[in-house]
Write a protein that binds this ligand. Structure first.
Ligand code: NDP
Length: 457
């Protein structure tokens, strides 16, 4: 058995890489991790965490707007964007420090610099070579933008988190997670937001009722959503940005933000040179154990483009380490993964959409409710919450749980446990609600939505 410097060498200190390395360290493995940017990766440094802090910051606008309905007077606060960004930056710096300490206290050697595979057991970082029995690729992904004239004037989510000033007008291109989350942040803070989507609806892949409800409520909050619209050219002048659509219409703004998807970071790190196979979309091709085409090289997280969510990357990393260093073979489980979109109002979902369930199960029952949450009554807010359950008619098992409305991400997390346990609609019905909450609607829905054919009659 050849001797290596390390048992595991991880390239990329984001959520997946850090989780795997720390767990491996705790099992006594000799572990090193390298990172070319800041420790913490997309989620901590330029994704989930700073984004959620901005969502919190912007959501005070609702509280101030609603307060007079509850008896508060003279609620006219002033918002300071630079102050929020400074506070957010300080928190991210603190978290980065926590991540570094956690790695060190797990006995993981931190190496600063970009890692590149030299051969299947050797990684070079900043001119030094390190050998390892196993190599883990956890390099994440980066935003991609279409190649249209003037695209250099556009920003991505990376820059949107650090803008010097709050834009008065912003165009956001894309209808996925990132686009709708930033639309919510800027709209709540008072920017004029135009969301440009090439399709008919937002949030491709989500349940149709979620998609329609979110679009309705975002429009209700003043976001202009332009469907079936494609921007073909961007120009930057003294007056700001002009984006021209395929139909020749000109849209003006101070900032144009592209949130048109992300691509795995697989270039320039020696993957193909050592025989690691990539998929057609440029992701690392892995099997269900996260093993690449080179047996001692593994990959987890966004670089594999399976389910691009932080907790999934962490689960993939930990499963791998259980397999390699704890004699506990474990495959990551990608079924019934709950997800949330921190739009305003937010979305939470777990399990199958109505469309997916019909395709997979045929006979399903759908329960749906829309209501004005109690808080919105005195507030005078028209916004409604939508909740939906999809049930397999043959087994009564709940296949999907979907919500648009306040606290949806917090609520859906609990129902994800129920779905993981295979809960039936009857068990939902037997569960006593907590009153008065919105969440109780999930255990009190009795009326089935008519079948599409019946509804058409
Ligand atoms: P998504 O893949 O979610 O969405 C991309 C959007 O851009 C889609 O609406 C897509 O349209 C559109 N699009 C793609 N190419 C073009 C183009 N050339 N011109 C115009 N529109 C285009 O990507 P995001 O960047 O929003 O997010 C990346 C990933 O990050 C997500 O998939 C998610 O996994 C993760 N994420 C998770 C979050 C969370 O859990 N809350 C938050 C943020 C990100 P179409 O629908 O027509 O394809």
């Amino acid at each position: 058995m050849p001797s290596y410097d390390f048992d595991l060498f991880t390239i990329g200190a984001g959520s997946g890489g850090v989780a795997a390395s720390r767990r491996a360290g705790s099992y006594g493995a000799r572990v090193a991790i390298c990172e070319e940017s800041r420790t913490g990766g997309t989620c901590v440094i330029r994704g989930c965490v700073p984004k959620k802090l901005l969502v919190y910051g912007s959501s005070f606008a609702d509280a101030f707007a609603d307060a007079p309905g509850f008896g508060w007077e003279r609620v006219r606060p002033r918002f300071d964007w630079a102050k929020l960004i400074r506070a957010k930056d300080a928190e991210i710096a603190r978290l980065e420090g926590v991540y570094k300490n956690l790695l060190e206290s797990s006995g993981v050697t931190r190496i600063e610099g970009r890692g590149r595979l030299v051969d299947r057991h050797t990684v070079e970082v900043a001119g030094r070579r390190y050998t390892a029995a196993h190599v883990l690729i956890a390099t994440g992904a980066h935003p991609v933008v279409p190649a249209i004239p003037g695209i250099e004037a556009a920003i991505t989510s990376n820059e949107a988190l650090d803008l010097e000033a709050l834009p008065r007008r912003i165009i956001i291109v894309g209808g996925g997670y990132i686009a709708v989350e930033f639309a919510g942040i800027f709209a709540s803070l008072g920017s004029e937001v135009t969301l440009v989507i090439r399709g008919e609806e937002l949030l491709n892949g989500f349940d149709d009722d979620v998609r329609a409800t979110l679009a309705l409520e975002m429009r209700g909050r003043g976001v202009e959503i332009r469907a079936r619209t494609e921007i073909v050219r961007i120009e930057k002048g003294p007056g700001g940005i002009t984006a021209t659509t395929r139909l020749g219409e000109e849209l003006g703004a101070d900032i144009i933000l592209y949130a048109t998807g992300r691509r795995p970071n697989t270039r320039g790190i020696g993957l193909e040179e050592v025989g690691v196979r990539l998929t057609e979309t440029g992701a690392v091709d892995v099997d269900e154990w996260s093993r690449t085409s080179v047996p001692n090289i593994w990959a987890v997280g966004d670089v594999t483009n399976r389910l691009n969510l932080t907790p999934v990357a962490i689960a993939e990393g930990r499963a791998l380490v259980e397999t390699l260093f704890n004699d506990n073979p474990m495959k990551p489980d990608h079924t019934n993964v709950p997800t949330a979109v921190f739009s305003q109002p937010p979305v939470g979902a777990v399990g199958l959409t109505e469309r997916q369930a019909r395709a997979a199960y045929g006979a399903i029952d759908v329960y749906r409710t829309r209501f004005k949450p109690m808080r919105n009554t005195l507030a005078g807010r028209e916004e409604r919450t939508m909740m939906k359950l999809i049930v397999d008619r043959a087994t009564d098992r709940v296949l999907g749980c979907h919500m648009v409305g306040a606290d949806a991400p917090e609520i859906i997390q609990g129902f994800a446990v129920a779905l993981k346990c295979g809960a039936t609609k009857r068990q939902f019905d037997q569960t006593i609600g907590i009153h008065p909450t919105a969440a109780e609607e999930f255990v009190t829905m009795r009326e089935k939505v008519p079948e599409p054919a019946e509804a058409a009659d």
